[in-house]
Design a protein around this ligand. Structure first.
Ligand code: SF4
Length: 447
């Protein structure tokens, strides 16, 4: 991605972005392809990335202004995203989520015109990192082990796909249903699969006012720091660089949601049980064997947080999604954790998989005031008073505590109203240069 951004910087499109808007929008679409390529093929092979882009480019529609519709994407591209309705199509045994490999490598199962067609005889068995006498060494694996890893990979891919759904997940199968789906069916006994046939999507989602601006904390702070950056990221879809910690953050959130919901039910969690939860969630996103030290560091961070803070809390809610109709726009978000500290007093907590830094703390504080204000609007929390709010920085194990008052909450809400109004009226998103130093787009933005 960085090479692509360097290449964009060689041109002069961003000197007059208004005039070159459509061309810039097309470049934004390419960043999404590059991001996909980096996610599931390679982050370093620039030459192959070039061939990949050349081969897919002619299949692209170019950018249409105000285009709306269903977003279609690969499961890999959907990693880290969430949608109200997610449809996984054409699940079929031995075909999707993945084509089964031929363990003997005798029969090519890849379509001959596939972009990355590689004859079986050219494939080598992969190696994995294994511990031997206290040291990690590369070992060639057996066919059985490769098949086992293949099955695990299928589970991971499907897990990623299914967990993208916020409200409604639709699984469509053809032919014989994959065994992964059968396993899900078995483990969700309290979920009535047969009831699904009565769900009508229009009934649940057809009446939403799709023209209403949807605001969240990220959009709000992005616009405040630089309206042009907001336009590049949210309207055009430029992918930012440096997602490594963002993805770790997603996994951390998923783990803490599981843990906090157990704590809410007053269930005890032993450290071996927590380690299993961490292991399963982490391997759904990352290859543990590729970088075991990253995994160990991540696991230690989770266990430390759990032992030091989490297990002592009286959890009321975790990953609480809210959506508030503000008249001209919708304000939505997810509160990571709400816990009780007094009879009617609660604290909200937000996790950041990052180190504390002075530069971003104001934005995080704004987020907490907005979330506290949102909580005041929810009937299920009407009897509670938000006393404090905490940003927990996982790296460095630091809690930043903010006192919550109605005055500060209202001030932040007023500011959010103004920003939403500006975005709705905006035809031109000006550049603002205060935060260029840390902006992913600075390589090509012609600042
Ligand atoms: S580099 Fe600066 S001006 Fe350009 S988008 Fe980023 S913050 Fe805005």
């Amino acid at each position: 991605m960085e090479v692509f951004y360097d290449l964009i910087a060689l041109g002069d499109l961003f000197i007059d972005p208004e005039r070159n808007y459509k061309k810039i929008a097309n470049l934004a679409m390419l960043t999404q392809s590059i991001s996909n390529y980096e996610s599931f093929i390679s982050e370093t092979d620039v030459r192959e990335a070039w061939f990949f882009l050349s081969s897919v480019i002619e299949k692209y529609d170019s950018y249409h202004e105000n285009g709306k519709g269903v977003q279609m994407m690969t499961i890999h591209a959907a990693k880290g995203l969430e949608f109200p309705v997610t449809i996984i199509t054409s699940l079929k045994k031995d075909s999707f989520p993945m084509i089964n490999k031929d363990p003997e490598r005798k029969e090519d199962r890849i379509w001959p015109d596939d972009t990355y067609y590689t004859p079986n005889e050219c494939l080598e068995y992969k190696t994995i990192l294994k511990e031997e006498n206290g040291e990690l060494v590369h070992k060639t694996i057996s066919i059985e082990e490769e098949n086992r890893l293949n099955e695990e990979e299928k589970d991971r891919v499907l897990y990623v796909a299914m967990t993208r759904a916020a409200d409604l997940l639709i699984l469509s199968t053809v032919g014989e249903t994959p065994e992964q789906i059968e396993r899900v069916r078995k483990h969700t006994s309290k979920f009535d699969f047969n009831a699904l046939k009565d769900v009508t999507i229009e009934e649940h989602y057809g009446n939403q006012d799709s023209d209403k601006l949807v605001m969240n904390y990220s959009k709000y702070t992005q616009y405040l720091s630089c309206p042009f950056k907001y336009d590049l990221g949210y309207n055009l879809g430029f992918v930012r660089t440096g997602q490594k910690y963002a993805n770790r953050g997603t996994v951390f959130h998923e783990i803490m949601e599981t843990v906090n919901l157990k704590l809410k039910e007053n269930q005890e969690i032993s450290i071996p049980e927590l380690t299993d939860i961490v292991h399963d969630a982490y391997k759904s996103m990352f290859d543990i064997e590729e970088s075991p030290e990253d995994y160990e560091e991540f696991k230690d961070n989770v266990i430390n947080y759990y032992e030091t803070y989490s297990k002592h809390m009286k959890v009321l809610e975790a990953e609480l999604d809210f959506e508030i109709d503000m008249g001209d726009y919708i304000f939505n978000g997810a509160i990571d954790l709400i816990y009780q500290v007094g009879e009617n007093e609660i604290v909200i907590l937000d996790y950041k998989y990052a180190q504390y830094d002075d530069e971003h703390i104001d934005a995080y504080t704004k987020q907490l005031h907005l979330y506290a204000a949102a909580l005041n609007e929810l009937p299920e929390f009407s009897e509670y008073n938000v006393k404090k709010a905490v940003t927990y920085f996982v790296l460095g194990d630091y809690q930043h505590v903010v006192d919550i008052t109605d005055e500060k909450n209202n001030k932040e809400l007023e500011c959010l109203n103004k920003v939403a109004k500006k975005i709705k009226q905006c035809t031109k998103f000006p550049k603002r240069f205060n935060s260029c130093k840390n902006c992913s787009y600075r390589m090509f933005c012609s600042i």
